[in-house]
Design a protein. Sequence first.
Length: 113
Amino acid sequence: MNIQIFGKSKCFETKKAERYFKERRVKVQSIDLVKYGMSPGEFRSVKSAVGGLEHLIDRQSKLYDQLHIAYLERQEDIERALEENPGLFATPIVRNGKQATVGYQPDIWKTWE
């Protein structure tokens, strides 16, 4: 398993995901989304694996309201907003190769072992 956890440093769900894999002695690569963002290739892979762009957006985020994301109609505009403001991503995004999940999903992660 090659696990990457994209998260926010103060996100409780991200910390739970990291603890889940640590307890199972699975090595993870933790990436601070706010600080480092996500490469275009990683973004395409994750977007495809989770079933589309709408699953990646944190609708509870302050940025979501501040940037009026709900009113953006074009997918390109939403993708640009995510690229420029990685705090808009729902976290944690856990990636295992071409598979990925958003949020705390231990039932799915068990199938990866």
